[in-house]
Design a protein. Structure first.
Length: 296
């Protein structure tokens, strides 16, 4: 099929773009070209290079008329990165859509949007008046193991959200032993129960404020810089710098300079550099919060 050959060649060219100094392919959106340029600059700044790149593609849907074809596909990228004498593998999985005219690709765009647009609609009771909870010790290893197991798939014990980043991080925290509390009031505590859940479980802005306000159960202690974080800790992102927190990730490893590498959902990512300058949601006004998860 000629259109499939065109798509394969495009993906090969896209993959090869990481060896160039600047991304010029006009079939990608301006936002994606800028994000790829920032990724290359970030890697150069920290002495990292891609030494091997692999991609796998699965066609999800193909619709066409006499001239135009729309193809939705899933792409899994895997990059072996060398930084000084250390090697690690960064991976991502995303849904994309290609538009072809006469079997020639005219446009290709990602369908996974980073940034929770519901960030400004949630109000929380900062510390709900409930009975004291038993003490617990946060198991960082189990939280990270969960983040590694499910970074590119869905645990059917939980609902899959269109914007799944905070739901995924909450699952990781719970796998680490963080206890739920506050049910059934959605504006209280942090919990998931079958067909319903607290705002703090699934909304990025709500989890950020819950971590800084909770006095028992799941609690976060803000630290001043990313290198102070440990495996199993959480980073919150305000891409626009306007006080609406839109994304959350979990630290699963450190690079050769002790900086966090993170896993996340929505644009499913594994071992991604913490700054997210390679995101299309990134702006120069971005703000971060770094939370050390503490024992309850």
């Amino acid at each position: 099929m000629e259109w499939l050959t065109s798509l394969r060649l495009f993906i090969e060219e896209y993959n090869a773009s990481f060896t160039r100094e600047q991304i010029y392919d006009q079939r990608l959106s301006q936002l994606e070209r800028e994000a790829l340029d920032r990724k290359l600059k970030s890697m150069d700044d920290r002495g990292a290079v891609i030494v091997n790149a692999k991609v796998k593609v699965k066609i999800l849907e193909s619709r066409s008329d006499d001239v135009e074809r729309d193809v939705t596909y899933l792409i899994l990228r895997s990059y072996l990165i060398k930084q000084n004498n250390k090697f690690y593998v960064e991976e991502s999985m995303e849904r994309r859509k290609a538009i072809l005219h006469d079997n020639v690709i005219r446009q290709d765009e990602g369908l996974n949007r980073e940034g929770d647009m519901k960030a400004d609609i949630v109000n929380l009771d900062r510390d709900p008046d409930i009975a004291p909870m038993p003490r617990y010790r946060y198991n960082r290893l189990e939280a990270v193991k969960y983040a590694e197991r499910w970074w590119n798939s869905h645990n059917t014990a939980y609902r899959l959200f269109d914007n799944d980043c905070t739901n995924f991080i909450s699952q990781c925290l719970h796998a680490g032993g963080a206890p739920m509390r506050g049910h059934p009031n959605r504006s209280k505590g942090w919990w998931y129960s079958g067909s319903t859940w607290s705002y703090s479980w699934a909304v990025a802005n709500a989890l950020r404020w819950y971590l800084s306000g909770s006095k028992q159960g799941l609690r976060g202690e803000e630290v001043g810089s990313p290198e102070q974080l440990m495996l199993g800790d959480v980073i919150c992102y305000d891409f626009d710098g306007d006080g609406r927190w839109q994304h959350n990730t979990m630290v699963v490893a450190k690079d050769d300079y002790g900086m966090p590498l993170v896993n996340a959902h929505t644009y499913n990512s594994r071992m991604r550099y913490w700054e997210y300058t390679d995101s299309t949601a990134y702006t120069p006004k971005i703000k971060y919060k770094f939370f050390r998860i503490v024992d309850g």
